[in-house]
Design a protein around this ligand. Structure first.
Ligand code: ADP
Ligand code: MG
Length: 245
C-alpha cells in the first residue's frame, strides 16, 4: 500500500486553497498532517477521499488514480473518518458500524462478529443497540472509527480523530491506530501527540505542505514559530501513557 500525492492543487469557489501538495504514506506508516486552522488540511483530506477533485496534480493509491476508481474499489482500499461527524443519524450504533461493510458481500454472522470486535477496540463494547444520536460527541467519534475498522482497508484517513475526546480516549485512539499497523494519514492538532505517536508528519501552512519527515527533524522551534506564530521550547518529551489500573 502506498498513498502518493504529487503536485495536488485544490480550488474552492474559484479560490486556490491547496497549492501543489506533495505527500506520501507508505505501508504501515502512521503519518500526521498538522497546521493552523484554515490552512487547508481538511480540503486536502477531502480531495484524497474524493469528496473534492483536484484542479491539478495526481493522487494515487497503489499506483491507481483515486479519482478513477469505482466507488466500491475505493471503499475497499480507503476508510475515512471525516472531521464533520454526522450528528443525527437515526440508526443504532451497530447499524452505523455495519455500514463499513457496504463495499463487501454481506455475511451476517461474520459481520456481526466484526462489528462487535471493532466496538470492543474503541471502548464501546456491547453498545450495538444504543441509538447513535444519543451518544456523546466522543462516543460518536469512536463509533465512526469502529465503522472504519470493519471496512478492513489498508489505508485509513482520519481528520481530527481525537477532537471530541478527553485525554484518556485521545491516547487510546492514538495507541489503537498505531497498533493497527494500517497505513494512516491523520490530521492532528496536538503537536506533542503527533510527535509521540507518528512515524512522520507533514506541516501545512497557507495551503502549502511546507515540510515533511520524522517529528524530531520537522518540529523545530523555527518552523513552529514561522507556521503558528508562537515561540516553542523543546524539552524532554513527557508522554502520558494509559496505565493499567
Ligand atoms: P483546515 O482543515 O486546515 O482547518 P480547511 O481545509 O477546512 O482548513 O479550510 C481551508 C480554507 O478553505 C479556509 O479558508 C476555508 O474557509 C476555505 N473553505 C473550506 N471549505 C470551503 C468551501 N466549501 N467553499 C469555499 N471555501 C472553503
Ligand atoms: Mg479541518
Amino acid at each position: 500500500m502506498r498513498l502518493d500525492l504529487s503536485g495536488v492543487s485544490v480550488r474552492l469557489d474559484g479560490r486556490p486553497i491547496v497549492h501543489e501538495a506533495d505527500l506520501v504514506v507508505d505501508d504501515g506508516e502512521f503519518v500526521a498532517l498538522v497546521g493552523p486552522n484554515g490552512c487547508g488540511k481538511s480540503t486536502l483530506m477531502r480531495t484524497i477521499y474524493r469528496a473534492l477533485r483536484p484542479s491539478a496534480g495526481l493522487i494515487t493509491v497503489d499506483g491507481d488514480d483515486v479519482h478513477r476508481l469505482s466507488w466500491r474499489e475505493s471503499a475497499r482500499r480507503t476508510a475515512v473518518v471525516a472531521q464533520e461527524t454526522p450528528a443525527e443519524l437515526d440508526f443504532t450504533v451497530g447499524e452505523v458500524v455495519l455500514m463499513g461493510r457496504t463495499p463487501y458481500e454481506r455475511a451476517a454472522a461474520a459481520d456481526e462478529e466484526r462489528c462487535a470486535r471493532a466496538l470492543d477496540r474503541v471502548g464501546l463494547g456491547g453498545g450495538e443497540e444504543r441509538g447513535y444520536a444519543t451518544l456523546s460527541g466522543g462516543e460518536k467519534q469512536r463509533a465512526l472509527i469502529a465503522r472504519a475498522l470493519v471496512q478492513e482497508t489498508r489505508l485509513l484517513l482520519l481528520d481530527e480523530p481525537t477532537s471530541h475526546l478527553d485525554i484518556r480516549h485521545q491516547l487510546e485512539i492514538l495507541h489503537l491506530v498505531r497498533e493497527l499497523g494500517v497505513a494512516t494519514l491523520a490530521v492532528l492538532h496536538d503537536l506533542n501527540q503527533a510527535a509521540a505517536f507518528c512515524d512522520r508528519l507533514y506541516v501545512m501552512s497557507a495551503g502549502r505542505v511546507l515540510a515533511g519527515g520524522p517529528p524530531e527533524q520537522v518540529l523545530t522551534p523555527e518552523l513552529i514559530s514561522q507556521v503558528y506564530g508562537v515561540r516553542a521550547v523543546r524539552r524532554t518529551q513527557l508522554v502520558f501513557e494509559r496505565l493499567a489500573l
